[in-house]
Design a binder for this molecule. Structure first.
Ligand code: CDP
Length: 217
């Protein structure tokens, strides 16, 4: 089979905030030389636009209009640093509740997977269920909410942001509640996904576990 006809591999990685799915997805893509898409960054880019334009995230029509405007200029390249602020993250989690916003972003994500040369790794909440239901490998990466809040707290500290542990935990729980429907969809036993609980694992052990699953397929 020549290179043009070699089937490409799609790896879907889903899971809650701060579960370690993003860093795993990035490492796997680099190792396998696959294209990588952080789909949370798409929601964050909508959120940034909403914040910049002083749009109330509860104003659905205005958020949908901002998403439509953004999609015309969307590319896989962007300035990530502006997206990492916590206000952008929590606004992203709110606007991601609007079904029309999700619908607008679906095509971009599917096209990204379809246009990958060798393969693609996408991480998010609904990759294995909605975006790429036919993905070759579906991983669900999770950890206890306490562990994830601890990681987010340390990450904020390392960026010089002085957050309080209880409020980081409360915010993580709120995020989980907002993401619940999408995360629960993965608990359907019909979904051919593999769960990696990263609570007690080092990043290297998470990568090893994922590679073991991928190689066994
Ligand atoms: O990991 P964290 O939740 O901090 O951020 P993220 O993965 O960058 O995603 C930001 C927000 O977008 C999440 O809280 C989700 O609510 C939402 N999201 C989504 O609904 N679907 C996706 N495929 C990716 C993110």
């Amino acid at each position: 089979m020549d290179k043009e006809n070699t089937p490409k591999i799609i790896i879907a990685i889903d899971g809650p905030a701060a579960s370690g799915k993003g860093s795993l997805a990035k490492k796997l893509a680099a190792m396998l030389e696959y294209d990588f898409l952080d789909t949370g960054a798409l929601y964050r880019r909508v959120a940034l636009k909403v914040l910049e334009q002083n749009i109330d995230p509860a104003n659905k029509d205005a958020v949908i209009a901002a998403t439509r405007a953004l999609i015309t200029e969307l590319s896989a390249e962007y300035d990530d640093s502006a997206l990492r602020n916590d206000n952008v993250g929590s606004t992203a989690s709110k606007i991601a509740q609007i079904q029309a916003v999700r619908d607008i972003l679906v095509e971009f994500q599917r096209d990204f997977a379809k246009n990958a040369k060798k393969g693609a790794v996408l991480d998010g909440r609904d990759i294995g269920t909605v975006i790429c239901p036919d993905a070759d490998i579906k991983l669900f990466v999770t950890a206890s909410v306490e562990k994830r809040a601890e990681r987010r707290y340390l990450e904020l500290q390392s960026r010089g942001i002085n957050a309080k542990k209880p409020s980081v935990l409360a915010e993580m729980q709120e995020r989980d509640d907002r993401d619940k429907a999408r995360l629960d969809a993965h608990l359907n036993p019909d979904h051919d996904k593999y769960l990696i609980d990263t609570s007690g694992l080092t990043p290297q052990a998470v990568l090893d576990e994922a590679l073991k699953i991928i190689n066994s397929r």
